[in-house]
Design a binder for this molecule. Structure first.
Ligand code: SAM
Length: 199
């Protein structure tokens, strides 16, 4: 099967595009293969959104999680996907015509999201490989995400590690593992974080 044909059949899993981007920038992409349908389902269970709120996905990649967000019933026009890589962002626009794809850096959400979305993000799902980042980079992404959400809302992310992918004390977060997905390759855990230390 050609790459083009594979992309048509499973465009959100486009493994060749994903693998090529990983080869080009392993630190930014973090994984050699897109998230599985099982991980997509578990991660998107954590979505909380009032009718007038939005969902933001950081690091959309080829769209495996994006597809899950839409399958959870989030209207396409209430979904903003932030993707730093041009080719991935274009791919997301091609396969999900109704959603908002912003080619940009997750550290700059207040600048790149439209003003009406800032403060109205119910949940932020994060596919960026946070464990590979420096503490300063992690802090910048976490601060950016909380700055566009009402108080008390969560950043939800997945990791292949056993421990928390974010250093909770250093970042001032309360977080816990909310799920484990053995069927993903490799097996993954889902973590949810709020601002403030666990009390
Ligand atoms: C592991 S992939 C996740 C893809 C997809 N969400 C999935 O689970 O299959 C990480 C993605 O995050 C993107 N990314 C990395 N750093 C970013 C940043 N600072 N802002 C926005 N996107 C970023 C990469 O280009 C890559 O597409």
């Amino acid at each position: 099967m050609t790459d083009h044909k594979a992309a048509q059949d499973r465009p959100d899993m486009n493994p060749w595009l994903f693998f090529r981007r990983w080869l080009a920038n392993p630190r930014e992409v973090g994984s050699v293969t897109p998230s599985s349908p099982a991980l997509k389902r578990r991660l998107t269970q954590e979505i909380v959104r009032a009718p007038d709120e939005y969902v933001v996905e950081l690091g959309g990649g080829t769209g495996a999680i994006t597809r899950g967000i839409l399958e959870r019933g989030v209207p396409a026009d209430r979904l903003y996907v932030i993707e730093i890589n041009h080719e991935m962002a274009q791919h997301l626009r091609d396969i999900f015509p109704g959603i908002h794809v912003i080619e940009g850096d997750a550290r700059r959400l207040t600048e790149i999201l439209p003003p009406q979305v800032v403060g109205k993000v119910g949940t932020t799902l994060c596919g960026i490989p946070m464990m590979l980042l420096t503490i300063e980079e992690q802090q910048a992404i976490v601060d950016s995400a909380y700055s566009v959400m009402p108080k008390g809302r969560q950043i939800v992310l997945y990791t292949y590690a056993l421990a928390s992918p974010l250093p909770r004390d250093k970042l001032g977060l309360a977080g816990r593992r909310v799920g484990f997905v053995p069927a993903n390759i490799p097996p993954a855990s889902v973590w949810a974080y709020r601002q403030g230390k666990a009390g």
